[in-house]
Design a protein around this ligand. Sequence first.
Ligand code: PGA
Length: 252
Amino acid sequence: MRKPFIAGNWKMNNTRAEARELVTALKPLVASVDGVEIAVAPTFTCLQDVAELLKGSNIELSSQNISYAAKGAYTGEISADMLKDVGCSHAIIGHSERRQYFGETDESVSKRVRAALDNGIVPIVCIGESLDEREAGKTFDVVLGQLVNGLSSVKREESATVVIAYEPVWAIGTGKTATPEQAQEVHAAIRAKLAELFGQDNADAIRLQYGGSVKASNARELLGQKDIDGALVGGASLKADDFAAIIKAAVA
Ligand code: PGA
């Protein structure tokens, strides 16, 4: 049985004071939630503050990116070691905004995934098609291509720890959610491909999050789909009440 995993991607929002306020409000709302893995992904500048507040709580800390290099002359990058040092257990990798605005490719995703796994950080690997690609009937080609290439550095025996976030680009921040059926269809294809890559047992253990305008009002139906094991939540993770309601919708 896969444990549902709800992660909040704060993107480029919140000063340190705002981050502290948000996490302080969130903690008591979800303290008694059982059977759901929870994480938040603040900006790099807030990680330290949030890490302090999360100590002893049931909320884990994720970064929004991770360098593929261990250290040295990589201006603007943050290494796995540094993320571990500040308390991150997870790293979001290859988010569509990174692909779209910052030149992230399947190849760099694959290298970042390798750096995360080598350092005991769980990668949350984001994949998803654009509206043009969906309308051109290329959804499966694009999504499965990103999956295979992005996971090219993953060995079979470590694959079960990886988390995949399927986020159709046209549903991110737009208020347009994939229908539960649309999302399930892609999730099922992802799991079938994972079985080809890593064997059925590993594929059955890998959590597949859905992302793209997940809200309290649509979370239960999405999370009720057979192959949707969680959510990567952007906008709605910036309000403690909204995020807590999504987390509670994941309780069996
Ligand atoms: P959204 O973002 O929930 O605001 O659509 C999701 C994401 O990009 O991870």
